[in-house]
Design a protein around this ligand. Sequence first.
Ligand code: HEM
Length: 208
Amino acid sequence: MNDTTLPKQSNDSKYPRRRENKGAVVRPGFGLHDWMTLLRQAKDLAQRKGSPLRHDITPAEMRLHDKPYDGWCSLRGKVYNISPYLAYHPGGDEILRSVLGKDATALFDKYHQWINIDNLIGPLLLGTLMAKKRRSSVPEDGGASEYDEDGDDGDDGDDPVMPSMANSHASNAIPMPRPIKVETAASLLPPLHKDGDADDPDEYSPKI
Ligand code: HEM
């Protein structure tokens, strides 16, 4: 067989070709299979030491954990102790060190948006970033709150995803339609007249 018998690779594919993994070498014992074995066997990789998942982690607290032996990072509003994964990251530990103590969502998406985070590092979860301010209603522009780094509804952990998609990558999740405001007979009435007089029988009658 010579190279003329091999199928020619097309350059005009609509799918981007996988980039070369420059520089990063998988060390023996630190491949994907080794990581999955560790995930199955280790008891407390996240080092939560029996504490429940937290929902009050602030970016300031996360910034304190920026060492390879004590490194946190957030992805789509969830905070992970990423230290145990550094040596197993197929893209190399160096690039992952650059996000310790920070939100890594943008860089994660830049390199491999399709990767299922829960499957690969679910057991490293520490909790979620605290929502700084809860909105009473969704703003017109659908904007996100200050800590809402994943740009969703700002209420991380209860985003409207289909139950069957709960473990899939967030960007693949199908958003549920927003509730439609239904005009009821009452909502079509003019505003109630309130003058503070509780004895006034007309207090809660529409002022037409
Ligand atoms: C924290 C969770 C992360 C997980 C679970 C993860 C997982 C992976 C996996 C499975 C691959 C191999 C992909 C493939 O072979 O196609 C990979 C490659 C890579 N990752 Fe990550 N990664 C994470 C975070 C990051 C971050 C934050 C960065 C950037 C700062 C990054 C940069 C890269 C790069 C540059 C590659 C090589 C891409 C290539 O071969 O084309 N990763 N990662």
